[in-house]
Design a protein around this ligand. Structure first.
Ligand code: ADP
Length: 436
């Protein structure tokens, strides 16, 4: 139905004109016809007719000009959206997380630098749905627009690395220039990646720990069944099985000890030990304690440590665990070299800070370079079978790393395949220790 289309042929001439102008033109046309008629009938002098026409023109056109100026101003105000004000942009820019302000249709009004970096496809004036195409996000946006309630969705980015974000869409009522409110939406992204990684690590850890415990437990219960059944009256078999059961029970106990030690060190990770301890007698105590193992593996331990005390701020028990793990590993995995050198030296770190370095060097098979970065991960072993055969738990180096972190130290691992490995525990030398 074309309500505005005038059927009158005269009106149709003016139809493309604005309403007010059209009315003025019709009045002027009618006035011109009437005045021309009066002039032709000699009822009016042409000059007077012209003066009257001018007055009528002024009366018809001036209000139209005034009206169009007011209408233009109103139109400008209507388009001046308060959410596009610089203050609003500054607020969005100031949000530390990626943040995007959307209009009621989901079109981007403003986005901060973090959001532009996170989702480069987001563009001002374009629909956010086009840039964030996952169905979950599109549904959340649609629901937030429809219900004006907060909606959440998950945003998963694969490039350049896996990232998980929680996307929160908060409807924001914005006052308009005419006293009403317009609905906008503030979309913010919260990085859940670190939490997710911790969660994955925790799940992996529980799975690994359960697996490690289940293996000796299964062996124990298998031997118990055998001892109660077929080997009941076989003293020789009983002796042998009891020996294996003892080894498996020891392995379980060791695993539980390592797990407890790890969790203790983690709990106190933020508390740096402040007692000064002399590392020389600690190294001697460990090498003496491992002498039987060295003899059994036919390895000679050469110890090069100063006669004078060398002190660090540390926890004695934890330092014992560090040296025990490193030297025992050298004896177990590097036995074929026949030699292990334990040395202590005072050096300077890359940051020019004085430090104490305790190095354990063996001459065994060494470690292939691809394994080096992962050696301190929990339960990581180069050869699981070999580690188990040696009574290993896969937690030793992880424990060493945690203890060194707590001491604000670091672990250096160097290895040349077929030419042995060297593990160096570095401890910062405390000021008071240097003074003594
Ligand atoms: P484990 O209880 O298995 O010994 P660790 O965390 O102490 O666990 O060591 C992890 C792995 O690193 C070991 O299983 C072994 O494969 C490797 N490794 C550690 N020390 C040495 C070494 N001196 N020479 C060769 N391989 C080593």
């Amino acid at each position: 139905m074309a309500l505005d289309a005038p059927s009158d042929p005269v009106l149709s001439i003016f139809s493309p004109w604005p309403d007010r102008l059209r009315h003025s033109a019709i009045i002027l046309l009618a006035a011109a016809i009437a005045l021309t008629g009066l002039v032709l009938l000699d009822e009016l002098l042409p000059l007077r007719a012209l003066a009257v026409f001018l007055c009528i023109s002024a009366a018809a056109l001036v209000p139209w000009r005034l009206h169009s100026a007011v209408a233009k101003r109103e139109e400008e105000q209507r388009h001046a959206n308060p959410v596009e004000a610089p203050a609003v942009s500054a607020l969005v820019d100031g949000i530390p997380d990626p943040a995007v302000l959307l209009d009621r249709a989901g079109r981007v009004i403003h986005l901060n630098a973090a959001a532009a970096q996170l989702a480069p496809a987001l563009r001002k004036g374009e629909l956010a749905q086009f840039a964030l195409r996952t169905p979950e996000i599109i549904t959340a946006l649609r629901e937030a627009i429809a219900t004006t309630e907060i909606r959440r969705a998950t945003y998963h980015d694969h490039v350049p690395v896996d990232r998980w974000m929680e996307l929160i869409i908060t409807p924001v009522p914005v006052p308009t220039a005419f006293g009403g409110t317009d609905k906008c939406m503030l979309m913010t992204f919260h990085d859940l990646t670190p939490l997710r990684r911790v969660e994955e690590m925790r799940a992996d850890f529980v799975a690994n720990a359960s697996h490690e415990l289940r293996t000796p437990l299964a062996a124990l219960s298998g031997f118990i069944d055998t001892l109660q059944g077929p080997a009941k009256d076989d003293p020789k078999a009983r002796e042998r099985f009891l020996g294996i059961m003892h080894t498996q029970a020891t392995r379980m106990a060791r695993l539980i000890d390592d797990l407890l030690s790890l969790s203790r060190v983690e709990l106190s990770a933020h508390v740096r030990p402040d007692t000064l301890v002399d590392v020389v007698p600690i190294i001697r105590q460990v090498t003496d304690g491992l002498e039987p193992l060295a003899r059994e593996r036919q390895v000679v331990i050469e110890t090069t440590v100063p006669e004078t005390p060398v002190t660090v701020a540390g926890d004695r028990e934890e330092l014992l665990r560090v040296f025990e793990n490193l030297i025992e590993n050298a004896l177990k995995y590097g036995a074929s070299g026949g030699r292990v050198i334990v040395s202590l030296e005072q050096a300077v770190s890359a940051e020019n800070a004085p430090e104490i370095r305790v190095k354990v060097r063996d001459f065994g098979p060494g470690i292939a370079p691809e394994h080096l970065p992962r050696l301190t991960e929990r339960f990581y072993r180069v050869d699981v079978g070999d580690s188990r055969a040696q009574g290993g738990t896969g937690l030793g180096l992880s424990l060493v790393k945690h203890i060194l972190n707590r001491h604000r130290g670091r672990l250096l691992i160097e290895s040349v395949p077929r030419n042995g490995a060297a593990f160096t525990a570095c401890f910062p030398q405390s000021r008071s220790a240097r003074a003594s």
